[in-house]
Design a protein around this ligand. Sequence first.
Ligand code: GLN
Length: 458
Amino acid sequence: MPSSLSQLRVAVKDNICTSSFTTTCSSAMLSHYRSPFDATVVRLLRGAGAHVIGKANCDEFGMGSLNEHSVHGPVTNPFQAHNATDTVRDNVERRSAGGSSGGSAASVAAGMCDAALGTDTGGSVRLPASYCGVVGLKPSYGLISRWGVISFADSLDCVGVLGKSVDTVKQVFDILSVHDPRDPTAATHHLREKARIASDPCCPTADCSPSLQGLRIGVPQEYFPSELEPSIVHILRTVLRRLEAVGASLIPVNIPATQFALSAYYVIASAEASSNLARFDGVRYGFRAPAPSGVTPTKSSDVYALSRSKSFGNEVQKRILLGTYALTADAFDNYFLQAQRVRTHIKTDFNKVFRIPSVQLASPSSPEAGVDVLLHPSAIRTAPPLGGSGHEASTDDDSALGSSEYLQDVMTVPASLAGLPALSVPAGLGTDGWPVGVSVVGQWGCDDLVLRVGEAIE
Ligand code: GLN
């Protein structure tokens, strides 16, 4: 094994199994769970010489955008405290670190580690990266093994990497991006090689030259919703101008199905979660609630109901109910099937704009005048204040909407539904002095190109 990560201190999100620490998923359901094995990603990290220094707080089972749904309590964004001068240190604002990989992003931002692993199902690496001012990569679906990662929504879950610089993230990604025969959804050697060949001729920076001469950057017009803070648009424009100055061309593009992505994501993710979390029944896995005094639970369904009601938090219970409903015979066609149709539209929309063809399709076609990557804001706002799941007191309806927890994912879920690589890179500070991230999205398997464009932005 190479020891290319030797001395790198890495924190691991608490839904990734480690034999040397508990793996709680930030849930009372698993508060004492210790895995007998390391997840493949942890084994690879250790094999490459990295020090796994501890587990990072997260939203319960990865469900959330603000890291407020955790049995361990919320994660406070360390950005201001870490960068504050002594005079303002006493006065730092308590803002969210983002979720669900809030502990991973916060530990990197606070300098407690060099890199961290998170998971990204609909934005949980990119959103905290943006809020905390660090780099966060959600790789192409299937490139990094999910074996030993506690499933939230398998068809979307990806292990992602957070770090202070694109270079550190790339070093970790290079170690983790290998085929794992234990993960049935892992991309095969053949598919990886096809993607490498497909992206090569279109990759103007393949020679590692800092110039982006010839790179075609698409700017998706649907990624500027009314809730987007104006200072974020300004920062994105500055980044685009900088990339143009070093040879890239900017092309407005459309991903029309974006408007339906958030609703489709929450139906699909909840449906899969309702099925995945069924195993935590207090019988085979997880916390078993003691019977109330004087009552003997007679049926295993009593144990099941009592254990789950007592140990799953509100957000998780809400998703299980929503997901179970979406999968019932009565609702299936209107909800789950419709959401899957939207997912197909989104994939088609992306394939229509990339000039690098998708190696996942049997007969791919791609527009000659397509783009190599897309660039858009990572989030609609800077980190929201902690407390109240983003619904902080506001008299202005629009800004209350902009703070709602689910809306925070509006920029990140389309790439998740399409399984594409997406990298959030810090690009400046908003008018409130908190970090703003921009995201680079590429065709499936073009993670290296996405990282190279990210390097040009930082
Ligand atoms: N915020 C999204 C959700 O709550 C995404 C979470 C994630 O990527 N794990 O489902």
